[in-house]
Design a protein around this ligand. Sequence first.
Ligand code: NI
Ligand code: MN
Length: 227
Amino acid sequence: MNKFTWFGHATLGLETGGYKLVIDPFFTGNPAASTKADSIAADFILVSHGHGDHVGDAAAIANRTGALIISNHEIATWFGKQGVQKVHGQHLGGGFKHPFGYLKLTLALHGSQLPDGSDGGNPSGFLLTTNDGKKIYMAQDTGLFGDMKLIGEEGLDLAVIPIGDNYTMGPDDALRAVKMLQPKTVVPIHYNTFDLLNQDAQAWARRVEQETATRVAVLKPGESLEF
Ligand code: NI
Ligand code: MN
């Protein structure tokens, strides 16, 4: 059993095989957050890129829980310099068998500068194959790119993609992304955090379900789905 939670913005939770993962933990200062960073349990923290709304509370949660931070090499090294004890660097296209499953860093079209101006390397998304064989693609911040077709060829149970526009794909490109990814279920993220990212997720869901075979799960911050 796998349990996916959307905490608002691009902050995700995943419980799989008894492990707790939190992805891009942005609770403090996030107007859409459903939870406080202090109450988050984590064994592993995944950080997709260096922007403040993704690095967020990662170091604080890692220091409190002892969770391992997984990110690209540059960001993992940066967290190490901030005093985080356990970090694991990977890079785009590279996979590693972690206790919770096989995690590959995927392409993302975006920036990755860290909050102090350091170089955060290239931004990424995540493709996770859980120990029970489920495939989950978490695109995080990205524009549309044609290689989503390659990611879709893996056979996705769940895709998590941005629809907020301005900084990432908007609804039109996110619909094109679903057509390439062909996941069983898609969850829209990175919208309605601030006025700049306001979108009608229900309207988007109707378009996706009219034009594709994918089921759309529009969650409220703090809501979960099991699969
Ligand atoms: Ni970003
Ligand atoms: Mn972002």
